[in-house]
Design a protein around this ligand. Structure first.
Ligand code: DGI
Ligand code: FE
Ligand code: FE
Length: 200
C-alpha cells in the first residue's frame, strides 16, 4: 500500500459517501494515524482502516444484506433488525472487494468498529476510539476527557466509550446488540475514572 493507494481510495470513497460522511471518514483516518503514532502501531495501516471503516455507510440496508449474503457472511438477528449495525460487516466485505484491501487486521477492525468485541487487537481499539473522538464529533459526553485519554490508555477509553454507548442506547430505547454489551462487560475492568464521569 502506498500514498497513491490513499489518493485513489479517497477519490472513490468521495463518490460513494455523502459530504458529511466523507468528512467524518477523513477525520477518523487522521485520528487513527495519530493514535498509531502515540501507541507505536503501524501508522499507514491505521490510516487505511480509518479511511475505509464506514465505506458501506451510504448503501441501503437491502444492499448491505445482499452483499453479506453473496459473500456467505452471517447476519445476526440483531443486525437484521437494526440497520445501523450492518455497515460494519458490509464495510469489511466492500473494503476487500471494491477497495482491494487484503490485510486481515484492517478488515477485522472495520467489521467490529460499531459494537466492539471483547479483547480487541490494537488496531480494532484504535479504530473504535478514533471513530468516537475524531474532530468532527460534538454530541457525545466526555469527549474532551476521551480525546486526552486516548493518547495514554486505550483500554480505559474503551471502558468509557462502551459505557456511554450503552447509556445512549438505553435512553433512546434502542435494541442493544450482545456484542455492545460484551464489549463493556470485558473493558469495565479498566475503569479508572472518578464517579462523576460514570453517571448515566
Ligand atoms: O458509523 P458511525 O456513525 O460513524 O459510528 P458507528 O459505526 O459507531 O455507529 C454508530 C451507530 O451505531 C449509533 O447510531 C449507535 C449504533 N449502535 C452501536 N451499538 C449499537 C447500536 N445500535 C443498536 N441498535 N444497538 C447497538 O448495540
Ligand atoms: Fe460506522
Ligand atoms: Fe464512523
Amino acid at each position: 500500500m502506498s500514498i497513491r493507494d490513499f489518493t485513489e481510495i479517497q477519490k472513490k470513497l468521495q463518490k460513494s459517501l455523502d459530504d458529511a460522511r466523507y468528512g467524518h471518514t477523513v477525520g477518523v483516518m487522521y485520528t487513527a494515524g495519530c493514535l498509531a503514532m502515540a501507541h507505536g502501531y503501524d501508522m499507514e495501516k491505521a490510516m487505511f482502516a480509518g479511511l475505509l471503516h464506514d465505506c458501506a455507510k451510504c448503501m441501503s440496508h437491502e444492499e448491505r444484506v445482499t452483499l453479506c449474503r453473496n459473500h456467505a457472511v452471517e447476519i445476526s438477528q440483531s443486525e437484521m433488525k437494526n440497520p445501523s449495525l450492518l455497515h460494519a460487516k458490509a464495510g469489511a466485505i466492500l473494503a476487500k472487494e471494491a477497495y482491494h484491501i487484503t490485510d486481515s487486521d484492517i478488515l477485522h477492525a472495520i467489521a467490529v468498529h460499531t459494537t466492539g468485541i471483547p479483547d480487541m487487537s490494537m488496531l480494532d481499539k484504535i479504530i473504535y476510539i478514533a471513530d468516537y473522538i475524531e474532530p468532527g464529533r460534538d454530541q457525545a459526553p466526555n469527549l474532551a476527557y476521551l480525546r486526552k485519554m486516548a493518547y495514554r490508555d486505550l483500554d480505559s477509553c474503551i471502558a468509557l466509550i462502551s459505557h456511554d454507548t450503552l447509556c445512549y442506547l438505553q435512553t433512546k430505547n434502542y435494541a442493544i446488540d450482545p456484542a455492545t454489551e460484551e464489549t463493556y462487560h470485558f473493558y469495565k475492568q479498566y475503569r479508572k475514572e472518578t464517579d462523576e464521569i460514570w453517571k448515566c
